[in-house]
Design a protein around this ligand. Structure first.
Ligand code: ADP
Ligand code: NI
Length: 214
């Protein structure tokens, strides 16, 4: 079983988007969800520790953005190497890999099909909403050189596609993804925990838009 101390080496210490503190929060939340929902705790723990281990950092150039878009696939490959070296049976390695491959909102080609994958998805998405979700979206925008707020086009609102000259701000991220997350969660435990986090986040972003537009 990979340990927290081992996992600490796979992540930057102080990256608010995908640093080790994100992994620690998701680890605690996933343990809680696994217990409440009856998921296999070992598969869930290993999946959490490895889920963003490769290429997940914000910022950088276009090439890094492209790599980040594939971080779930690369992290799942890395997970297989780590767990095989520890002597995990193939079937349980595949179970962990499925959790990691299915954890993205931006790539829904692999839906979380097992309870363990749903627990990782939910724990990871609870960390993308609420006050912590606001901090992570703002930190992502700042470290990518983008504004926190930028006027949103009607086209973006309808399709999620940026118009020429439009910049994907943290406010865009809120409209594109964060506001939808609470209704995409799978487990009843995560759904009830999401409600107050959702309210806090909506208040912040709608307040931000009101101030910027007034
Ligand atoms: P996941 O791996 O769960 O699919 P992402 O890597 O897309 O998630 O996002 C991780 C975190 O970074 C989330 O909190 C998300 O809101 C934030 N984020 C991702 N892309 C952007 C962006 N373009 N602008 C602002 N925040 C972003
Ligand atoms: Ni991720």
């Amino acid at each position: 079983m990979p340990t927290l101390e081992q996992a600490r080496r796979w992540y930057p210490a102080h990256d608010p988007v995908h640093g080790f503190d994100h992994v620690l929060r998701v680890y605690r939340m996933a343990e809680r969800l696994a217990l409440a929902e009856g998921a296999d705790p070992e598969v869930v723990r290993a999946a959490v520790l490895l889920h963003d281990a490769q290429d997940s950092q914000a910022g950088g150039d276009e090439q890094q953005a492209e790599k980040r878009g594939n971080h779930h696939v690369r992290s799942a490959e890395f997970a297989a190497r780590v767990l095989a070296a520890e002597g995990w049976p193939l079937e349980r390695i595949a179970a962990v890999q499925h959790c990691i491959q299915a954890h993205r909102f931006r790539d829904d080609s692999t839906a979380p099909q097992t309870l363990e994958a749903q627990v990782l998805f939910d724990a990871d998405k609870l960390d993308a909403i609420g006050a912590i979700g606001v901090i992570r979206a703002v930190a992502f925008s700042v470290s990518s050189g983008n504004p926190v707020y930028y006027p949103v086009s009607d086209v973006f609102l309808r399709t999620g596609q940026l118009q020429s000259g439009e910049i994907h701000s943290a406010y865009h991220e809120y409209l594109f993804k964060l506001v939808k997350l609470k209704d995409r969660l799978f487990t009843p435990t995560a759904r009830s925990l999401a409600e107050p986090r959702h309210v806090r986040m909506v208040e912040f972003f709608e307040g931000l838009a009101a101030e910027m537009e007034s």
